[in-house]
Design a protein around this ligand. Structure first.
Ligand code: PRE
Length: 390
């Protein structure tokens, strides 16, 4: 529909607003247009899916013809390509749909296309309804088969054993800091980082259909979420007991059999347990964000906007860290984060987890890492992967 004709139609709608017959006819004609567009979109999505199936055939033949030596299974999931597709969607978008919302639609289309190539089993730190679950769905889309694990170690094990193809674990929260269990997981595993997800943490005050709000006696949530909403709870529910449970998903699950309880949790938990969001965005700090890592076996090709993570085992001497950082600065590589962890079982020895901009295939990144090697006991490249797009 041209701009002019849609304006004319709006005028027409205004003139005939009291004339219900005309209004109904006009509505019907717009809906016919929507049906026709839906028809085209559906055909195009299926055409896209058929192309993805062709890509899958190429990937399978590649293995069958023994083109690679390092794997007997074709790798269908290509995070660098997905990042490029999503970036292109956002760059060419002209609205009225917002760039990010449009990219989320394409995220789901790609998720379905990948599922058609090969269903993907993704382990995440559970239970169902946690923010890690939300991060897994945000990154892989809803067509992926997401499987909850009890601990971060279990996520690593599941991926190592090949029972899940990839894993999703939290690594840092903007207000609570780094998740040590995840960093330590890399010290005893050879898995790689193949992607990252950033998730703004928005908390909801959830109730079930049978909840009697006037009679609330308990509010369940994970202790971190209770802490993130402390001020809001002090103002709105100062006299209701706050009960810390193992996860937000568990908090939401408990409402099923309790009419006198509420829970604080995210959107995924609300949807998963069919709860009503009585209040939304109740966190005291609205910019609170958690970063998650995607772990897997394979090295990822450059996407054009990548990060590289390394873990460095330093010599136990004064000034060791300064020496390690010099090559990064010399080769113009910018470091985005550094974390220190004890190097077990050695007492007082430390490892540094360093994130930098760029892919290991880029000359300055590989030169910087090569220059670090002689200065330390060990350097391991945890992975080069696309920066979070959404
Ligand atoms: O380009 C590919 O390698 C594809 O398999 C196609 C496609 C897509 O739908 O665009 C699907 C899955 C991959 O993770 C990346 C992209």
């Amino acid at each position: 529909m041209s701009e002019q004709s849609s304006e004319q139609n709006v005028d027409h709608l205004n003139q005939s607003i009291s004339d219900t017959t005309n209004e109904k006819e006009f509505l019907d004609s717009i809906r016919q247009n929507i049906d026709a567009v839906d028809c085209e979109i559906q055909t195009l999505i299926n055409n896209r899916a058929k192309l993805a199936q062709q890509v899958a055939t190429v990937k399978k033949n590649h293995i069958a013809n023994n083109v690679t030596t390092d794997s007997s299974n074709p790798i269908f999931y290509r995070p660098e390509r997905e990042a490029q597709v999503l970036k292109a969607v956002m760059e060419r978008n002209t609205g009225p749909i917002a760039d990010e919302k449009m990219a989320r639609l394409f995220r789901e289309i790609m998720s379905v296309c990948l599922d058609l190539e090969a269903p993907q089993r993704i382990a995440f730190l559970g239970p169902v309804g946690t923010f890690t679950h939300a991060a897994a769905l945000k990154h892989f889309g809803k067509a992926a088969d997401t499987v909850p694990m009890t601990t971060i170690t279990d996520v690593f094990r599941e991926v190592e054993a090949g029972t899940a193809m990839y894993g999703v674990v939290p690594v840092e929260n903007s207000s609570e800091g780094v998740v040590n269990h995840t960093l330590d997981g890399f010290l005893s595993s050879s898995l790689k980082i193949i992607g990252e997800v950033e998730l703004p943490i928005h908390q909801n005050f959830l109730v079930a259909e049978h909840t009697k709000i006037d009679g609330l006696s308990r509010i369940y949530s994970h202790q971190q979420s209770l802490a993130q909403c402390r001020h809001w709870l002090d103002v709105n529910f100062p006299n209701v007991e706050r009960v810390a449970v193992s996860s937000n998903g568990e908090a939401a699950r408990r409402l099923k059999n309790e009419w006198h309880s509420a829970a604080i949790a995210g959107d995924v938990a609300a949807a998963e347990y069919d709860l009503h969001k009585l209040y939304t965005n109740i966190e005291d700090n609205p910019s609170n964000t958690t970063r998650f890592l995607i772990i897997g076996h394979e090295a990822i090709a450059p996407s054009g906007q990548d990060k590289t993570s390394i873990v460095v085992s330093a010599h136990d001497k004064a000034g060791a860290l300064i020496e390690i950082l010099k090559p990064l600065s010399y080769h113009g590589v910018s470091m985005t984060s550094i974390e220190t962890r004890p190097e077990r079982p050695n007492k007082w020895a430390y490892v540094f987890f360093i994130d930098m901009n760029g892919h290991i295939d880029e000359a300055n990144v590989s030169a910087a890492i090569n220059d670090i090697r002689p200065l330390v006991k060990d350097v391991r490249i945890l992975g080069s992967y696309p920066k979070a797009v959404l």
